[in-house]
Design a protein around this ligand. Structure first.
Ligand SMILES: C[S@@+](CC[C@H](N)C(=O)[O-])C[C@H]1O[C@@H](n2cnc3c(N)ncnc32)[C@H](O)[C@@H]1O
Length: 183
């Protein structure tokens, strides 16, 4: 990671509560996982101001990959675009504006190596149903706020944990991160 990207991440960490960003530990974990998996195609549901997107795309720069990230709050996505540009990551990120479920159903026609779910917690189950067909075998779903919003995400956690095509583990990262490997 270059100095500019590192300092933008540090800057964004000052406002992480306001923008509901993941923890730096979770960002660092995703960055390493993408490099370990040599993941190329990543989908993110919930861009906010781009904090997690910077962690993801920084790893994709190394693997030669691409990130599609979805956000319905335009003001936040504008901020994200600015930070992606400052980090020199704009070329490898496609920002889609709109309601994630509709965008996935209407606009996303490709498969992914990794899908990161971090938007409205009650919709996790709906997002899962929409993205399941888009995840390659051997691919990974990550979902944040599994322990911090346990009640709201319970239908999703139950569905994916009982799904025969997934091996699931909840990781002890801040807020709880679910990792599911597609068999
Ligand atoms: C927890 S924040 C994402 C934080 C971001 N992943 C990060 O760590 O930097 C969730 C974001 O998802 C957006 N969001 C929530 N529900 C959504 C939906 N159904 N479709 C699109 N965006 C949604 C919210 O506006 C919010 O900015």
């Amino acid at each position: 990671m270059n100095e500019v990207t590192r300092s933008i991440l540090k800057q964004l960490e000052q406002t992480s509560q306001e923008y509901w960003n993941i923890s730096s530990q979770s960002g660092n974990f995703m960055n390493m996982l993408i490099k370990l998996m040599k993941a190329k195609d990543v989908l993110e549901i919930g861009t906010s101001n781009g904090y997690s997107g910077v962690w993801i795309a920084d790893a994709l720069k190394e693997t030669g990959g691409h990130l599609i990230t979805i956000e319905f709050w335009e003001k936040r996505q504008c901020l994200a675009r600015e930070y992606f540009k400052k980090c020199g990551l704009s070329d490898i990120i496609t920002c889609k504006t709109g309601s994630a479920y509709d965008v996935i159903k209407d606009e996303i026609k490709q498969e992914f190596d990794l899908i990161f779910i971090d938007a409205n917690k009650q919709e996790y189950i709906k997002f899962f149903e929409a993205v399941h067909p888009l995840l390659k075998k051997g691919g990974v779903i990550l979902a944040d706020n599994i322990t911090s919003h346990a009640k709201k995400v319970a239908p999703f956690v139950e569905a994916i944990s009982n799904h025969e095509e997934y091996q699931v583990q909840i990781l002890d990262l801040p807020d709880g991160m679910l990792m599911a490997y597609k068999i």
